[in-house]
Design a protein around this ligand. Structure first.
Ligand SMILES: *Cc1c(COP(=O)(O)O)cnc(C)c1O
Length: 635
């Protein structure tokens, strides 16, 4: 089916692709989702054709994680350009140093992709643990770029940082606690090597959204004002004050409201200025993360949205810091950003498919025949089914509710049979379905019919684990855009919620992005058994992979890395086969050999008891062992 503008508009209104896509995702004339390497780039991949190819030719299985490394560098460029632009516009004297916080997505391919731009954008790394630091120490980054060490540190962590200093890196220990500074000073005195030092300040200002408590008085991290002063004194006493280079703060991730950013900047810039006036030589102001992603495309202060653009964010940061510094007569510091979410969210698309339907009620029962011998309540329900229409549907729906209660009361009193009850229930659901249809035609919506819509919505079983692949949807009720990646040239007429393949009743998605509200059902196309219907979960590149867990021992999905070259053709630069059953067993500390020995013992007992032949037992053991190489997901 070819697409006309009207259909496209209708589809856009349903899924809002253009609102949250940041120019990377679109719908083509075949009704397929496309992916571009950068906003405004004429080149694109047809996601549906790509998935078909990966499955049929490259033998990958669903669920599938598709990684587009070009979207990482594109986001980095966007971030860097926004700051360059603000710096030029306001005549700011400092420079921008983007840093990638590894906790957002520590995957090697992600880190390496950012560092490819290290020379040009001066991009560096931030690590918050020894393991992250270990990986970071071996990376090639440009000599001016920063390697920041945040998080709580022990002596081993600090010694690891010194290895970086010896290798010529600009390692900066960001002090979270006073005792960390004591350790740094002690080691510096022992070894004669001292890294750069940063101080993490606890701001009074708070962010907004889910992570508002990362800022403010009771924040987990950072030094109080008097601790900041103690640190400066301690460094002076140790004659290490020239190593104090950076002031850091982080008021939380996904800040939804730009006003909070401005307030925090005002406060932080004053702290910086006062520290300078105390005779320090701080050159870098590290503003942390918090730059949000508009997951629902609504451009509001809602948790899954943001009410600003990256350019506004950068403008406000640069402008506020400049104003305060000029007012206080101190030099403009270089601005360090740790915008991990913004840099990574867009670059992966997760693909799953509908496997089955979970029945709430039978919607495909043949016509029920009712005659005068049937109980009165059934005759009345049948009458509602036959005569419901656009004028009476609200009233008829209410009548049906009463009849259903009556039906169950009579059943409990032993007045009607199980067959009668079944008949009555089918008729009741029929009235509900017709009432809902009428209300949709009528554009009528109130709480009662919204609830009915939810109850009548199809429940589709999708082949994935929410806990592995989109954990924030469960953990913090974050919204991710979910869209079928094909059939977008026909209007979706059904309403559905999604459930995953874990045995956890929390493994479901029943909140979806919407411009005005949160949708409780997702519009989908009619689906029938055995049909291929791919759903894309978008904007999952930040936090989801690393926070995901192996609930029910569902493992890593198969993965493909896609790069689009100059002539617009795509290349599969990497294929990674997901977890096998054996991988997950190992994770849970089983031993494959032991398991198979134990299984063999059990069938051998059956052989000894004369209930199995030796051959059959060998065959069973063989099958058991072969099973270990299968995927953990539905095949
Ligand atoms: C988590 C974290 C970040 C990343 O924040 P985003 O909002 O994802 O950009 C940056 N800095 C610090 C200190 C963090 O803890």
């Amino acid at each position: 089916m070819q697409m006309n503008d009207e259909t496209l508009d209708a589809i856009q209104a349903v899924y809002g692709v253009e609102n949250w896509s940041a120019g990377y995702f679109d719908i083509n004339s075949k009704g397929h989702i496309t992916v571009r390497p950068a906003n405004g780039d004429p080149r694109y991949v047809d996601l549906k054709e790509l998935v078909d190819h990966l499955i049929s030719t490259r033998k990958l299985h669903l669920p599938l994680l598709i990684r587009f490394p070009q979207l990482l560098s594109s986001q980095l460029r966007t971030l860097s350009n926004a700051y360059q632009h603000a710096i030029a516009e306001y005549g700011y004297q400092g420079q921008h140093y983007p840093v990638f916080p590894m906790k957002v997505n520590p995957r090697r391919e992600v880190v390496e992709e950012f560092l490819r731009d290290s020379q040009r954008c001066m991009v560096g790394l931030e690590c918050g643990s020894k393991a992250e630091l270990y990986a970071a120490l071996a990376q090639d980054q440009s000599p001016q770029s920063l390697l920041l060490c945040n998080g709580f540190k022990d002596e081993t962590f600090i010694r690891a940082a010194l290895l970086g200093v010896r290798a010529g890196k600009r390692v900066t220990i960001v002090v979270e606690k006073l005792n960390e500074l004591s350790m740094v000073v002690k080691l510096a005195q022992q070894t004669g090597i001292c890294p750069w030092i940063g101080l993490r300040a606890k701001l009074y200002s708070r962010g907004s959204g889910k992570w508002a408590s990362s800022g403010g008085d009771s924040a987990k991290f950072g030094l109080t004002t008097s601790e900041l002063i103690d640190c400066v004194r301690m460094l002076k006493d140790a004659r290490l004050d020239s190593n104090l280079k950076l002031l850091h703060f982080h008021i939380g991730s996904q800040i939804t409201d730009i006003k909070r950013v401005k307030n925090a900047m005002k406060e932080a810039a004053r702290v910086y200025a006062k520290l300078r006036q105390m005779g320090t030589n701080i050159e870098f102001m590290d503003i942390g993360g918090g730059l949000g992603v508009d997951y629902d495309g609504s451009q509001t202060r809602f948790d899954s949205s943001v009410n600003y653009t990256v350019q506004e964010f950068a403008n406000d940061v640069v402008y506020v810091v400049k104003s305060v510094c000029d007012d206080e007569n101190v030099p403009h510091p270089n601005i360090v950003t740790e915008s991990g979410r913004f840099m990574t969210a867009f670059h992966t698309v997760f693909i799953t498919s509908i496997r089955d339907e979970i029945e709430t009620f039978a919607d495909d029962k043949p016509e029920i025949s009712v005659d005068a011998d049937d109980p009165q309540v059934i005759i009345e329900l049948k009458d509602l089914v036959d005569h419901i229409n656009g004028r009476n549907y609200v009233e008829y729906y209410h009548d049906a509710l009463e009849h259903k209660d009556e039906l169950h009361t009579q059943f409990n009193l032993g007045l009607i049979s199980l067959e009668d009850r079944a008949k009555g229930e089918v008729l009741y659901w029929e009235v509900c379905a017709r009432a809902l249809n009428e209300s949709v035609e009528d554009d009528f919506s109130d709480e009662e019919f919204e609830q009915l819509k939810r109850i009548l919505a199809q429940k589709y079983l999708c082949n994935f684990s929410l806990f592995r692949s989109a954990p924030d949807s469960w953990a913090i009720r974050q919204l991710f855009p979910i869209v079928p990646i094909h059939r977008l040239n026909e209007p979706p007429k059904d309403f559905a919620t999604l459930v995953d393949v874990t045995c956890d009743s929390d493994g479901k998605i029943d909140r979806f992005v919407d411009l005005k509200d949160v949708k409780q059902t997702l519009e989908l196309h009619p689906w029938s058994d055995g049909q291929t219907y791919y759903l894309g979960i978008f904007l999952t590149g930040a936090y989801q992979e690393v926070m995901g867990s192996y609930h029910n021992l569902f493992g890593q999905p198969d993965e493909a890395h896609i790069v689009i070259d100059h002539d617009g053709r795509y290349h599969i630069t990497k294929l990674i086969i997901g977890s096998r059953i054996s991988d997950m067993l190992e994770f849970a500390r089983y031993d494959k050999g032991q398991l198979s020995d134990a299984y063999r013992r059990q069938v051998n007992q059956r052989v000894d008891a004369g209930m199995l032949t030796r051959e059959a037992a060998d065959q069973l053991v063989h099958e058991y062992e072969a099973l270990a190489n299968r995927t953990t997901y539905l095949e």
